[in-house]
Design a protein around this ligand. Sequence first.
Ligand code: NAP
Length: 289
Amino acid sequence: MYTPDGHTRTCGLIGNPVAHTLSPMIQNHMARVMGQNLVYLPFPVARGDLEAAVRGALALDFLGLNVTVPYKSDVIAHLAEIDPLAERIGAVNTLVRCQGGYKGYNTDMPGLYRAMEQDGVEIAGRDVVILGAGGVARAVAVMLLDRRAAGVHILNRTVDKARAVAQEVNKIAGKSFARAYALKDYGQIPGQDWLVVQATSVGMHPHEEDAPIEDPAFYRHVEIGYDLIFNPGVTRFMRLTESGGGRACNGARMLVYQGIIAFELWTGTSVDQNTADELCRMMAQALGQ
Ligand code: NAP
């Protein structure tokens, strides 16, 4: 049995709320399998206490932290360094101890990319439809730019937010890469056989009977429907995708891979495929899937 000792390194998750997180299960399991003397704990941080939390972690010599809602952007002000990808995305979910503080990374998007690779989803040269224009949708658009997608069509209930995200991403791209639409205007998207990334919060537990778009005509064009939601394991968006003849994936692999990449950054190790697969199975079981 593993017992922490005087050499144990501490990592954790800061955010609010953090009570329902699956990250301690993922990280502590990985630490045991990989033989790392490391423990990982959730730390709820009240609004206004973010700077104190980061300073406290530094004073206590924490090896690293994950950062979740609502601090992924605000934490940037409290870093010693930031990785260029995280800077472009404008969101940090992983802090790694460095000279004089923490260096911020975004492992959500490399995690999504690795998950998509595992799920056999090709991005390069492809037009991608993104549903949503929140923090994650924006990050997905930047990741797709980095991974040489041909372009993105961003659909959002509040069209002004889609326009703002498209404008920001086009500025980063230095070309016209992203176009904005209202969610109801999916009829204007050119082409067919779409890869659709579902990045709204619609359909999350406990609102499992909701989907951002209901019209079967939309789903007849969806070749791959990639929902970033992982609870429930099969969303209404995924069921509608399959009814239209497309293939559907959920966000569980993304969650596992963002954790794996964070762990690799903290420990300098490389997590093997068997461990990654085992983590996916553990997560599905923990979610009752
Ligand atoms: P966010 O910033 O709060 O954005 C929410 C998005 O959902 C907005 O585009 C919003 O549209 C849209 N939306 C909310 N309610 C809607 C409704 N009733 N009808 C239509 N659209 C609606 O959230 P986020 O941080 O980007 O996260 C988005 C989702 O990503 C999360 O819910 C989560 O499931 C998923 N996620 C997954 C992982 C993973 O590891 N798998 C990690 C992070 C996040 P408006 O702009 O019009 O309000």
